[in-house]
Design a protein around this ligand. Structure first.
Ligand code: GLN
Length: 486
């Protein structure tokens, strides 16, 4: 295998060359570094890029992921490496411990890259424009966004500056950037993957998951990051199957539901027709397709933006200048005054506009007199949304939808209109509210050459079904092989 293009390969391909002794881990790192040095100036997938900082722990052993470099979103703790959530308030923060997912990957032999991938500040956003380091650029069209908030991870994988990457998904932050960048992204079931060491955005919604070049790598990565963790009580004690066993299983007779609420006004006509082609393809592979209703879909965005901001406002209260990152200079007289003004100045200087908006919205909906009207009601509607899915999954194995109503939009197009930005999450948010797994796989390109994503959702802890269907679809289409010309 020529070593110059190792950066374009999948984990599965690289592992077989590593095992046969054709290549070494350092060849992969060199190839990735060379590529990143060529394209990083334009794509900006990583933050503070100055090489990828590969610390090779056990390069010569033969664990299942030995020699495989993994890129990591800036909100997942990596011991002794900057983990800043792309926020000024966490400038220079280096956690004293690894997140559980990082620990598990290292134990499997993976090489964790110290240079983190770009993201919206604290994962608030859908475009990666809310990063204090500035936006990443879509490898398919550099004037367009990469999606968000795990936009750097998706852009790194799509531009072959990464082999695989980790992201986090609270309302779509793995799937939407995967869709915008033409790669695969999975949000696991809530409780499938430990959140220990993930800097919390909304604790009842957050999940870590993989962003990869194909479905095989996604399944493989899930084998290693899933499973119970004594450090995260929301992480379920449910056995982790070998997800790679689902790859190649026949999908004839699989029952798929198409929710009519997802194919309405607001869906880009090109995305819609590409989706219909994908559905036809699945039919051709033997999948039984039927139309269903998820009647509470229209409430998902408002419910999410109440619950997610309420949890975020509480989670962000710890960033006050005392324990982590930034501490603003302060000149007030008197110890009591000084402390309060230091909090205010640190938070005022440290948080970007979107973070402040979320703290304000969340604090408002939790405040006395509004709690019942907003937060409590939102929780009740969340249950209705969850029940909608439960009812459909009584009769069907999976649900098929677009990942996003549009393709990657232009940088700056929505950044001054938060409502427009929030609406772009319309198809991804419900899976988080219901706690169910969902995957986005590439399913075609628009006339302008921009990738479109197909979303598949399944019952809780039934990631295997997602992999089975996504793999069968992927293997019968050319989309995952397409490369951005950068
Ligand atoms: N775009 C959504 C938001 O802004 C989801 C973000 C995420 O999943 N982290 O909240």
């Amino acid at each position: 295998m020529p070593t110059s293009d190792l950066n374009t390969k999948t984990v599965v391909q690289l592992r077989s060359s590593l095992v046969s002794g054709d290549i070494r881990c350092s060849d992969i790192i060199t190839s990735l570094e060379e590529k990143a040095r060529r394209t990083e100036a334009e794509v900006k997938a990583y933050v503070r890029f100055d090489g990828l900082k590969a610390s090779i722990y056990a390069p010569q052993d033969d664990k299942p992921l030995s020699g495989i470099p993994v890129s990591v979103k800036d909100n997942i703790c990596t011991e002794g490496e900057n983990t800043e959530c792309c926020s000024k308030v966490l400038a220079g923060f280096q956690p004293p411990y690894d997140a559980t997912v990082i620990k598990k990957l290292r134990e499997a032999g993976a090489v964790i890259l110290g240079t983190k991938t770009n993201m919206d500040e604290f994962a608030f956003g859908s475009s990666t424009e809310n990063s204090c380091f500035g936006p990443s650029h879509n490898p398919w069209d550099l004037d367009r966004v990469v999606g968000g908030s795990s936009g750097g991870s998706a852009a790194a994988v799509a531009s072959d500056e990464a082999i695989i990457a980790l992201g986090s998904d609270t309302g779509g932050s793995i799937r939407q950037p995967a869709s915008f960048c033409g790669v695969v992204g999975l949000k696991p079931t809530y409780g499938r993957v430990s959140r220990y060491g993930l800097i919390a955005f909304a604790s009842s919604l957050d999940q870590i998951g993989p962003i990869t070049k194909d479905v095989g790598d996604c399944a493989l990565c899930m084998n290693f990051i899933s499973g119970r963790d004594p450090h995260d009580s929301t992480c379920a004690e449910i056995e982790v199957p070998d997800y790679t066993k689902s790859l190649g299983e026949d999908i004839k007779g699989v029952k798929a539901a198409i929710p009519k609420e997802y194919f309405v006004e607001g869906l880009d006509p090109q995305v819609k027709s590409i989706l219909y082609e994908a559905i036809n393809k699945l039919k051709g592979l033997g999948v039984d397709i039927a139309s269903v209703s998820l009647p509470h879909t229209e409430y998902a965005v408002p419910v999410y933006y109440i619950i997610a901001t309420a949890e975020a406002s509480s989670n962000l209260s710890r960033f006050d200048g005392v324990q982590y990152g930034l501490r603003a200079e302060d000149k007030e007289q008197g110890a009591g005054n000084r402390l309060v003004s230091m909090y205010k100045k640190t938070r005022g200087e440290g948080f970007g506009d979107e973070a402040k908006r979320r703290v304000l919205l969340g604090t408002f909906s939790l405040s006395h007199g509004y709690y019942d009207a907003y937060y409590l009601r939102a929780l009740k509607v969340r249950t209705l949304i969850k029940n909608d899915f439960g009812a459909v999954f009584g009769d069907y194995d999976c649900i098929i939808t677009p990942t996003s109503p549009s393709v990657a939009f232009r940088i700056g197009e929505k950044s001054n209109d938060p409502l427009k930005m929030y609406l772009s999450d319309i198809y991804t948010i419900s899976a988080n509210l219901a706690g169910i797994p969902a995957i986005s796989v590439p399913c075609g390109f628009t006339k302008e050459g921009l990738p479109v994503g197909l979303q598949i959702l399944a019952k809780p802890f039934d990631e295997s079904t997602l992999f089975k269907i996504a793999y069968a679809y992927e293997q019968s289409t050319p989309w995952h092989k397409m490369k951005a010309k950068i």
